[in-house]
Design a protein around this ligand. Structure first.
Ligand code: ADP
Ligand code: MG
Length: 365
């Protein structure tokens, strides 16, 4: 009793390893959708159309008019760690694309049925391919695994069907398609606000049809409604180096430079729940520190229990953010986080106090 006999250590099966790894990247339909959206934006799409069935569990389809995928690359598209975005380690410090790990499509192929229709500008037709567990498969038994030529527009359509069909515990943890649908809608809406020049559309996503020429404030009005838009303040602000001498002295000042843009409701607007859109270097992220700081600012302005809408886009030197984080690590940390958070809080505080509609702030550090 109490004595444990050592069992032999065995190597896990490759397919099991891949499925476990995939589950860590793709938690739910909305996390798959976020990866797919980011791929569209990386591909330079100006138009993105999303189709969702059963909260994305039955079908998640996303069509873009971006650069497309070359026919020659299709055989390795869904392999793990295949990417067109990164080739050397030093690339990591100046990466400007969302993706770089080459794991998203691979992961999806391990927990769903993945199909791709894609066409580059130079190709004369589109190509359709099906994937399972990282490799090309035949759409039907007896057919070839080779991509098939077909009609199609320039750009890429990714089709994810029967998500988590082979991981029943994951599937049962996601009880309600309507909850998953709400999360999908939330991700698309936030990216649509952050990318007002990209036209988003979809079904059944009736109120997402932003046009490709709009401004952030216009996108907020369209997506979050007039009651927020009419009480919105706007600030752009930055941290600037004080003088040349300091710049020479050390790298630190250079590192501290950042800029931000915020659209946030004034004291007239009150919501039950805070709506907070935070983008750092164009990535949708979470920062509980920033959120708490901004909540504190508004607690001096709004009655108890009332919350604001805040869209904050922060740009910092890529060197100062650790991009080499796990794709699901939404909570980010960056250099001089406390200082930047304080300055942003101060700016919002001042703007709220004066209720001005548009101001430009510059900080001397
Ligand atoms: P990553 O984005 O990290 O490179 P992914 O698995 O998301 O990895 O995608 C793998 C590769 O497939 C990308 O590097 C890109 O070349 C290609 N790709 C994926 N989605 C698209 C798309 N919508 N348009 C063009 N290329 C795409
Ligand atoms: Mg990607």
């Amino acid at each position: 009793e109490g004595v444990i006999e050592p069992l032999p250590i065995r190597r896990l099966q490759e397919s099991l390893i891949n499925r476990i790894a995939a589950g860590e990247i793709i938690h739910r339909p909305a996390s798959a959708l976020k990866e797919l959206l980011e791929n569209c934006l990386d591909a330079g799409a100006t138009s993105i159309r999303v189709t969702v069935k059963d909260g994305g569990l039955k079908l998640l389809q996303i069509q873009d008019n971006g650069c497309g995928i070359r026919r020659a690359d299709l055989p390795i598209l869904a392999e793990r760690f295949t990417t067109s975005k990164l080739s050397t380690f030093s690339d990591l410090t100046r990466i400007t694309t969302y993706g770089f790990r080459g794991e998203a499509l691979a992961s999806m192929s391990h927990v769903a049925h993945l199909s791709v229709v894609t066409k580059t500008k130079t190709e004369t037709c589109a190509w359709k391919a099906h994937y399972l567990d990282g490799v090309l498969v035949a759409p039907k038994p007896g057919q070839t695994v080779e991509p098939k030529p077909c009609a199609g527009n320039d750009g890429t359509t990714i089709i994810i069907e029967d998500l988590f069909y082979n991981t029943p515990t994951r599937l049962s943890a996601l009880r309600s398609p309507s909850e998953e649908y709400a999360r999908i809608l939330d991700v698309i809406t936030k990216y649509a606000v952050h990318n007002p020049k990209v036209a988003f559309a979809g079904s059944p996503l009736p109120d997402l049809s932003t046009s490709s020429s709009s401004e952030t404030s216009h996108a907020i009005r369209l997506l979050y409604g007039h009651s927020i838009a009419k009480d919105l303040l706007h600030s752009t602000f930055s941290s600037k180096k004080q003088d040349e001498a300091m710049e020479e002295e050390s790298e630190v000042d250079d590192r501290e430079s950042w800029k931000a843009e915020a659209h946030f409701t004034n004291a007239n607007y009150q919501s039950k729940k805070m709506i907070f859109l935070l983008f750092i270097n164009h990535r949708l992220v979470e920062s509980s520190r920033m959120k708490r700081a901004l909540e504190a600012v508004y607690s001096g302005v709004l009655p108890k229990g009332a919350s604001p809408f805040i869209y904050l886009s922060l740009q910092i030197n890529p060197r100062d953010v650790d991009v080499n984080v796990h794709p699901t690590k939404k909570e980010v940390h960056f250099l001089n986080e406390d200082g930047i958070t304080d300055q942003i809080s101060d700016t919002l505080q001042q703007a709220l106090a004066s209720q001005s509609h548009s101001r430009v702030f510059e900080y001397q550090t």
